[in-house]
Each structure stands twice: as C-alpha cells, then as structure tokens.
Design a protein around this ligand. Structure first.
Ligand SMILES: Nc1ncnc2c1ncn2[C@@H]1O[C@H](COP(=O)(O)OP(=O)(O)O)[C@@H](O)[C@H]1O
Ligand SMILES: [Mg+2]
Length: 297
C-alpha cells in the first residue's frame, strides 16, 4: 500500500504543481490516475517512488514514511515505467538492461539470469535478449522497460502514460499485459493516463486529477456519471457514454445505467429493445455466455 497525506509540491517554490494530495494505492488494485496534460500526474508518480520529495505532507509505503527507506528498498518494491522508454533504457543489449536493477540487488549471476529470462517471458520478449536496444521498435522498448521493472519483483508498478506513442495493437498488447500482471501476479498498478477509453476497461478505481489536485475518486461508473466534473477537468466521456448521453438528452431515451464500454452498451441496448413496447425487438436477445470476455476488453 502506498499513501499520500496532504502532499504538496512546487518545482520553483512559487507555483504549486501538487496541492494537498490524499491518495491511496491499495494492495493488488489497478488504479487509473486520469488527467489532462500538465495537471501533475508525472510529478505525483515521481513522489511515490521517491524521485521527488514533498514540499509538504508525506508519502507512506506500508506503515512507514517513504523518506525513511533506502533508495534500493524503494526501487525493489515500487517499480516505475517512464513515459518515454528512451529515458529508462541505457544498457547495450536487452538482457543487460533488464538485468541492471537485479544486478544492483546483489543477487547471484544464475538468479539474475533466471529473473531476466522470466521477466522477458512475461512481457512476450523472450526472443529479444541479445538485441541492441537501439534496434528495437518503440513498443518493444516499452515492453523491455516493463521487464526491467518486473525483474525486481515489485509489489507495485507506477506507469506513466504506458500507451502513449503506441498504435492500436500496441495499446491493446500493453494493456492486456498490465492487466494480466495485475490479476495473476497480484501487482498493484497505478497508471497515469489521459485516455478515458482505457479507464473503464482496465481499472478497478479511477482518481481524477486537475490542476495539481485530486478532484474525485471511485469506481469508473460512479466517477464518469458526474459528467460536468469530467468536463471541468478538461477530459471527456468515453465515446459510447457520450452517445448514450446524447440519446438520453436529445431523444429522451432513458437508460438506467450509463454504459462506458462497447460490451456494456451492447447489454444496455438489448435490455432496452427487449423492454420496448413497440415489439420491434422480438427475437433479439443477448447472445453472450456467462464468462465470455467483454467485446472490447
Ligand atoms: N522539471 C520541471 N520544472 C518545472 N516545472 C515542471 C517540471 N516538470 C513539470 N513541471 C510543471 O508542473 C506541472 C505538472 O506537470 P506534470 O507533472 O508533468 O503533468 P502531467 O504529467 O499531468 O502532464 C506543469 O505545470 C508543468 O509545467
Ligand atoms: Mg506526464
């Protein structure tokens, strides 16, 4: 568990980049930190692994303040994946890079090799160990950066806009990987992003950040229901939610739930058609079996 209490920070002693942040990342959860450019996401993440120190307030890892931990202990427990993998990778080869942090833990060479191979396997990069970093694609670099963090065996990973710069397939690959590591590996994820579409698909909880403050947090359905707050934070609704909002406002159609994903919209529409009095929906029913993955996951 990582927690901030009244965390404030200023880069120049004048303008507040973070203002009284109270945020908790619980063990094993997937929390999205959603906010427009410049709202303070990166600054906040850098406080959670000690790269920046609070101007006031505090950061706790478990029940101890972060400032009482040695850097190596923090880096072992809290991994950080930078927005630009070029800022993270500096080994000559993939294997050297992934092993770098583990070597610094003072582990034996065979344990280093085991962890490196395992981490590369987890991110689907088992064929890359001997490749030179500069020959990798951007998506491969990001997966190698994640492998370097995984090799440390962290309980928590902080991800700064992990989908930025990726094409749709790359986004999908990375998000499925992160969710798998979260669900199967029990690693808590804190993902900074401005991509509203990803949040309902992948996160348990979302915190909305605006101008250095956390303005609301909760399950995505509850947070996105406050449409005016989302827009005040210079964000927008997921596309399908926007469509349902228009159908409600302009066509006067009433939906009990505001869907946020294609899967939820599909269910909501079928329910609506089934209950419509026009009888047009005869024969339409939800052809989805329990346990079937969501259409858009
Ligand atoms: N190294 C820095 N020096 C001075 N100001 C900075 C620095 N990094 C970020 N800022 C400022 O802090 C604020 C928050 O930035 P940042 O945390 O990068 O936001 P985000 O990651 O949400 O885009 C912005 O106003 C930005 O200009
Ligand atoms: Mg940023």
């Amino acid at each position: 568990m990582i927690k901030t209490e009244a965390l404030s920070f200023s880069y120049d002693g004048c303008a507040q980049a973070l203002c009284e942040i109270n945020l908790e990342l619980r063990d094993g959860e997937f929390l999205a930190l959603l906010g427009a450019n410049g709202c303070g996401k990166t600054t906040l993440l850098k406080h959670l692994n000690g790269l920046l120190k609070p101007s006031s307030g505090r950061v706790c890892l478990g029940d101890r303040e972060l400032r009482f931990f040695k850097d190596e202990e923090i880096f072992r427990r809290v991994g950080m994946v930078f927005q630009d993998p070029n800022d993270q990778l500096f080994g000559a080869t993939v294997a050297q890079d992934v092993a770098f942090g583990v070597v610094n833990l003072g582990l034996k060479p065979d344990e280093v090799a085991r962890r490196t191979a395992e981490a590369l396997g987890l991110v689907g990069a088992s064929e890359l160990p001997d490749k030179a970093i500069h020959t990798l694609s951007f998506g491969q670099k990001r997966r190698v950066a994640i492998a370097g963090v995984l090799a440390m065996g962290p309980q928590t990973i902080l991800l700064d806009e992990p989908t930025s710069g990726l094409d749709p397939r790359g986004v999908s690959l990375i998000m499925r990987l992160l969710r798998k590591l979260n669900r199967e590996g029990g690693i808590a994820m804190l993902m900074a992003t401005h991509d509203v579409e990803l949040v309902p698909l992948f996160s348990d909880r979302v915190a909305i950040m605006s101008q250095g403050q956390i303005i609301t947090e909760g399950p995505p359905g509850k947070v996105f229901a406050n449409t005016s707050m989302i827009r005040e934070a210079e964000l927008r609704l997921p596309r399908v939610s926007h469509l349902f909002e228009i159908l409600q406002k302009k066509e006067g159609l009433n939906f009990p739930e505001m869907p946020m994903t294609i899967g939820e919209a599909r269910r909501e529409l079928i329910r609506f058609l089934e209950s419509s009095s026009h009888g047009k929906a005869e024969g339409i029913s939800l052809r989805v079996r329990p346990g079937e993955p969501a259409d858009d996951a």
